[in-house]
Design a protein around this ligand. Sequence first.
Ligand SMILES: [Fe+2]
Ligand SMILES: [Fe+2]
Length: 191
Amino acid sequence: MENIINNLKEALIGESIAKRKYELFAEQAVKENLLEIAHLFIATAFAESIHIKNHLKALSSIIESPINLNDIVKINEDEIYKQVKDTSSNLLNAIDGENYEFKIMYKNFEKSAKKNKENVAELSFKLAKMAEEIHSKLFTKFFKILTQKKLFKKYEIYVCKICGNIEIGKIPSKCPLCDHSSIFYEKIEMN
Ligand SMILES: [Fe+2]
Ligand SMILES: [Fe+2]
């Protein structure tokens, strides 16, 4: 169980850093007038906040007490700032991060939660793993549009508040990752 608690903590730190990083990447994209990419970064930052919420719930159910995120995660803002480059590099940074999470980190965390019969943690890791794969695909798609100098279409972007899945264009009748109804999708506005 100690192992699962540590994994949840590591995931909470990873998600918190990713969320903050994407907020900064969005600001950088706005500076480059790449508003569609900024929009995707804002949506993905929100999706990571869903993972934080789910992991916190899983952690507090295991240790049977409420948890304050700030007790677990201390964000080093300067370290995150150092990662901000031009938007093309930021997209590659984001793709690498998402790939590590879904291919290695969450895959291992899910396996170990399953072995230990920690169902809530297992589900939280599984949903995050599936959503990160979608995030990676979307960042890759936007990276290609940017590097091939194609025009971005005007998109609406929606995020599932249960699992952090991102849908571009329109909402599905139910979430393909977590099976919840479309009423759990939130439209992401550029602020
Ligand atoms: Fe992600
Ligand atoms: Fe979902």
